[in-house]
Ligand binder design. Structure first.
Ligand SMILES: [Zn+2]
Ligand SMILES: [Zn+2]
Length: 334
């Protein structure tokens, strides 16, 4: 009788096993692997999509294809090469390394992989998988994942909007030393979202984030001073905070200072200073400043009219994706 029961149990296990869903980790341990050329999850000895053999990787420094842990061309370690590839900025090129490192539990790569799922880039769009990646990155102790989860719940695209969850994640990220998270908490207090409106507390959080290196938080502080939120209106303090934002690398603050000096709003009009801020912001990649420079050279605002310079700045802005600049260029007949 006992042998009959055992045989029955064994048979049911064998029947049920293939029907169970296989998680990525289980797949990895059962022989599935991530192709380091195309990023596909495959099984067997060679990738059926691109033919790359299991374990082969291309060196990010010299391009040599390798199987060993260090590059035969230049000695670079495989882990270093993969990390470099994963953060190279070219989403297509980075994908195989991102997927491989994410599978190994690397927090930064898990967050990148979540981004691919969110956008439906190279993988089917899948919010649940994206959130799963963020959660894994949190469990791996990767602090920025808490910020990203907070943003997801704050935006309410991937999940239904949940300010309470968002605040909890922002708080955790702030505790773990992510300055931008303090800025988000500041906006909750400034706007009175799920907490009582408290401009003083908001200012405190903005200052904390700004001093920890979040450039745009200087802008929020400046705006509080300029519009008298949580304090007396103080234009000179506002200007000094905008300056600090520029020093910390905020092109938005630089562009805004350009606008203030060009228009004479809040300050004595000074087109020379305004144009200098616009130039600096444009160099930092601010497209609004590029368009403003184009317009200044076209209309002779603070400079002698110079259609060639106007075209130059409109072209820079158009190349950076500004449709209004492309139209202005067309009107200029370029
Ligand atoms: Zn492949
Ligand atoms: Zn190499």
């Amino acid at each position: 009788m006992f042998r009959k029961i055992l045989a029955f149990l064994l048979l049911s296990v064998l029947v049920v096993l293939p029907l169970l869903p296989v998680s990525a980790e289980e797949a990895a341990s059962s022989g599935a692997w991530i192709c380091l050329s195309c990023g596909s999850s495959v099984s067997g000895g060679a990738c059926p999509y691109c033919g790359t053999v299991r374990g082969v990787w291309s060196c990010s420094a010299c391009g040599v294809r390798n199987l060993a842990g260090a590059c035969t061309g230049c000695g670079k370690l495989r882990e270093d090469s993969l990390k470099e590839q994963a953060s190279c900025g070219n989403l297509l090129l980075a994908f195989p390394a991102v997927r491989f490192l994410a599978e190994q539990g690397d927090g930064a790569s898990l967050c990148s992989l979540a981004g691919y799922y969110e956008k439906g880039l190279l993988l089917p769009q899948d919010w649940d998988s994206a959130l799963g990646c963020y959660a894994k990155a949190c469990r791996a102790g990767y602090a920025p994942a808490y910020l990203l989860l907070g943003k997801a719940y704050d935006r309410g695209e991937a999940v239904s909007r949940d300010e309470y969850a968002a605040m909890e994640y922002f708080q955790k990220a702030a505790e773990l030393g992510i300055p931008e998270a303090s800025w988000y908490l500041g906006t909750f207090y400034e706007e009175g979202v799920i907490v009582e409106k408290d401009s003083v507390k908001a200012m405190e959080l903005y200052r904390q984030a700004a001093e920890a290196g979040d450039a745009d938080s200087w802008m929020s502080l400046a705006a509080c001073c300029a519009f008298g939120k949580g304090m007396e209106r103080d234009l000179s303090a506002a200007l000094s905070y905008y300056e600090k934002a520029v020093e910390s690398g905020s092109h938005l603050a630089c562009d805004y200072l350009g606008y203030l000096y060009m228009s004479g709003e809040m300050v004595q009009q000074d087109t020379e200073k305004g144009l200098a801020y616009y130039r600096k912001a444009a160099e930092m990649g601010n497209t609004r400043s590029m368009v403003a420079l184009g317009y200044a050279y076209l209309s002779g605002q603070g400079v002698d009219p110079d259609p060639a310079m106007a075209a130059h700045w409109y072209e820079q802005a158009a190349l950076a994706g500004r449709a209004d600049a492309a139209e202005a260029l067309e009107r200029l007949g370029r």
